[in-house]
Design a protein around this ligand. Structure first.
Ligand SMILES: [Zn+2]
Length: 233
């Protein structure tokens, strides 16, 4: 497991600048997850860093930690947050959903927000990602733009960098190639969330997206990042 806070080489694994799955050799083959767990127990806040090992993904390590916590009969609720360099695979997604269901069967609440910086094979894992959305696991937008990266690189709960290293990583994160990937990935994520919520995309192009869900219409203009919402009764 990497030590917390992570340093430059691990922080760099969050910043992939290439178009999805091109230059495969430059994509990190490790997944890193930064987790924050709050609960009603005496030590409510815990920050952890997980890294995958052969045959064991980061989410499994995270769930083991939560299962340990859930042994305590006084546990009532867990609110957790994961920040990862890759999105969860379908198997891990199902395990997260199963953990949530087990918590709920025991009259406990579990909420989880996941933010990631790059998709992990979103075609093969699409159904798993949709399963998370259907079970009210929240996806925060893929890291996008300088503000998000600055916040990530300055979060001293997790990351420690010299000023020069931080500038170097920020420059990579702000590159045109990375910015395009982020726009593209956020469109894919929006589509996945829309499909899971059974929104109907009535029109979609690289400039505009129109979705209808019940009595609400969402109109997204990608270039301006404006979203207009119309509802009717
Ligand atoms: Zn997995």
């Amino acid at each position: 497991m990497p030590k917390r806070p992570i340093g430059k080489s691990d922080a760099k694994k969050f910043i992939v600048e290439h178009k999805y799955w091109t230059n495969r050799h430059l994509w990190p083959n490790t997944t890193i997850a930064l987790s924050t767990v709050n609960s009603n127990l005496a030590d409510p806040t815990a920050h952890n860093v997980y890294q995958n090992e052969p045959g064991k993904h980061v989410e499994r390590f995270f769930l083991e930690k939560l299962q340990e916590l859930s042994q305590n009969e006084e546990l009532v609720e867990i609110t957790a947050n994961l920040v990862q360099n890759y999105s969860p695979c379908a198997t891990c997604a199902d395990e997260i959903v199963n953990f949530k269901k087990t918590m709920e069967e025991r009259q406990r609440s579990f909420s989880l927000t996941i933010q990631f910086s790059s998709f992990y094979n979103h075609d093969d894992n699409r159904e798993g990602l949709k399963n998370l959305v259907k079970n009210k696991i929240i996806f925060k937008k893929v890291f996008q733009g300088e503000k998000d990266w600055d916040k990530f690189l300055k979060n001293d709960n997790f990351v420690t960098l010299t000023t020069d290293d931080k500038q170097e990583l920020l420059k990579m994160a702000k590159s045109d190639a990375r910015r395009k990937r982020e726009e593209n990935d956020n469109e894919i994520l929006n589509d996945i969330i829309g499909e899971a919520k059974d929104n109907k995309a009535i029109f979609s192009s690289n400039k505009i997206n129109i979705n209808i869900s019940d009595n609400i219409a969402f109109i997204m203009l990608h270039e301006t990042k404006y979203c207009m919402i119309f509802s009717w009764t």
